[in-house]
Design a binder for this molecule. Structure first.
Ligand SMILES: [Fe+2]
Length: 237
């Protein structure tokens, strides 16, 4: 849990992660929305998943602000949606996974209502949170929702995406790859058992589905990094 001041470092009271967030996250990390961050960071994450921790929220925020600078949209609605998009944690292999973004949208609405936000702006944040997730499979209809989805998906590709893929595989007890057929040339893909299968099963497809022009440019760069990683990985096994 975090408590933050507008001009000071955020104080970590019960970090659920694996690092002292005071060393990484200052109020300035969420500039120019540090006041909003100070209100919402305590609700931003739950659980002990290092692929969906405060560092993830911070990276998605940076991605979102970068895309917003090129695309427009309401920056405060977007910042709130980023800060609350993973406020309900559901493991990747849970049967409740597809409901995670709906639960997060409901929780986010309650948090913003308590802070006195107007209903129409709460609804815009909730729509973005609801539609950001791959598992929910609901099309984003507003610019802020499209930017959040792009910003979150950018964190699933590139080198950070590689790191998060293997982290999640470790949590689920998966192996790295099938030793007899690592490229899945003579077997169906099984990304529950082999981390490397998650690349063709999902990660290499993500760059095709970006919603904004700015997001697509960033995604293409990270997609190429994914392919470079796979080439180098296969060279070593
Ligand atoms: Fe996320």
């Amino acid at each position: 849990m975090l408590a933050g001041g507008l001009d000071g470092r955020l104080a970590c009271q019960e970090s659920p992660g694996f690092f002292d967030v005071t060393d990484l996250l200052t109020a300035e990390a969420f500039a120019p929305h540090q006041a909003l961050a100070a209100q919402l960071l305590a609700h931003a994450t739950e659980g002990d998943d290092g692929s969906h921790d405060l560092a993830h929220i911070h990276r998605v925020f940076r991605n979102a602000m970068r895309i917003q600078a090129g695309e427009g949209g309401d920056p405060e609605v977007l910042a709130a949606a980023v800060l609350l998009h993973d406020c309900v944690a559901v493991e990747k292999n849970s049967p409740l996974r597809a409901q995670a973004s709906r639960l997060a949208a409901e929780k986010a609405s309650g948090i913003l209502a308590e802070l006195g936000w107007a209903e129409d702006r709460i609804a815009r944040v909730a729509h973005a949170v609801l539609t950001h997730s791959f598992s929910a499979n609901i099309p984003p209809e507003t610019l802020e929702a499209k930017i959040l989805q792009d910003a979150d998906r950018l964190d699933a590709i590139g080198m950070v995406g590689v790191a998060r893929c293997f982290y999640i595989a470790g949590r689920m007890g998966s192996g790295l790859y099938h030793p007899g057929d690592p490229g899945a040339e003579h077997r169906p893909l099984d990304d529950r058992r082999y981390a490397i299968d998650h690349f063709p099963a999902k990660l290499l497809k993500l760059s095709d589905g970006f919603q904004t022009a700015t997001g697509r440019v960033l995604a293409e760069e990270r997609h190429q990094r994914l392919e470079q990683f796979l080439t180098l990985f296969r060279d070593e096994i």
